[in-house]
Design a protein around this ligand. Sequence first.
Ligand code: GLV
Ligand code: MN
Ligand code: MN
Length: 418
Amino acid sequence: MTEPDLATLSPDAERMWADIMELSSIVDDASPGWSREVFSEPYKASREWTLARMRGAGLETSIDAAGNIVGRLPGLDPNAPSIVTGSHTDTVHSGGRFDGIVGVMGAIEAARTLQESGTRLTSDLIVVDFLGEEANDFGVSCVGSRAIAGVLEPGHLQRKNRDGVSMGDTMAAFGLDPHAAVSMAWNPRSVKSYIELHVEQGPMLETAGNEIGVVTSIAGIERLMAVFTGRADHAGTTPMDQRADALIAAAEAILTVERVGCGAPVHGVTTTGKIATGQGAFNVVPDSSTIWAEIRSIDPSWLTGARRRIAEQIATDAAKRGVGVAIDLLNDQDPVPAAQSMQDTVAAAAGSLGLNWAAVPSGAGHDAAHMAHLGPMGMIFVPSRGGRSHCPEEWTDINHLRSGVQVLAATLMRLDQA
Ligand code: GLV
Ligand code: MN
Ligand code: MN
């Protein structure tokens, strides 16, 4: 393959930074940090802004039934399969300014750069702002990329939030077409490859002093909800050995979740992200409690074993306390390796730019995991300061963003020529 002429490509990191900061002003002002959760008013407003930015970058835009904002930069050959890139602009509650946003603004900047340098790809370049990547109140993540990949199912639409409202009804109220969303999968033949720029969200790159991460694999995610049912009793008169305390059973379960995570071989993690109790009072033994936990790893066999061990241990421990437990297990996604050809292309692009790169796994979930159903998938990581993410402190230096978008643009050219 001839080396692409990278000298002609110079993405404008300051312009991309300005876009990131401007988008970060469209958030829920009542919450600390940056909150632009899927289906919220700020998210709705921000989507108009993103659509306008894509149009301003010379992309032909459309919004599909699942709410993905799609921008197309036509290539020279209308029959060639497309090169797809993008990420998401929704955030977790009180999150940061970079998770997902970097991949969308980086893709827009790469599209501008290609046009300004007079570079015309053979393939169409498709930029996607995928709807709702973060796990939502219905327990569904990556709504838009699942729809494009053909793995959004009617069962997802029926999932209900705590108020008993279904995700399908919520999508419809947001102006989307949920029923069309479950049958709008792209034809894999239309996709040449998928590449996503993202912040690492962990500490590996910064710790090792690397500028670029070449993602090897995206962790699988198993979720577990355990509802404990005990017995309410007087907290002053009920002897310690005669209680069925649902909150203590939940506390013990949380430690079980942690213990199994600590025993993981490599890159396995477990988290209990939320706990809720019934009414709750100083002086009443709790009769109900619920925990929401996650198990993640790039190793499928550890993941399956860890899920089983956690569920069995929680049930055994609760029974010893006379507490009932109903455990709901949910597979969010299996581990997904990045295509070796994509890892090689990203590494070659980074190397040709003289950047330090390292092969790293992703513990975070990404739209890329679903886009891998359609064609070879790869990801480019840039460092996160202190490894922080999903919090207001999330930060990536502009110099790292510059390197990231340079690698993205160079990778797009290499993929086009491959
Ligand atoms: C998304 O950021 C996830 O990994 O949950
Ligand atoms: Mn993300
Ligand atoms: Mn995230």
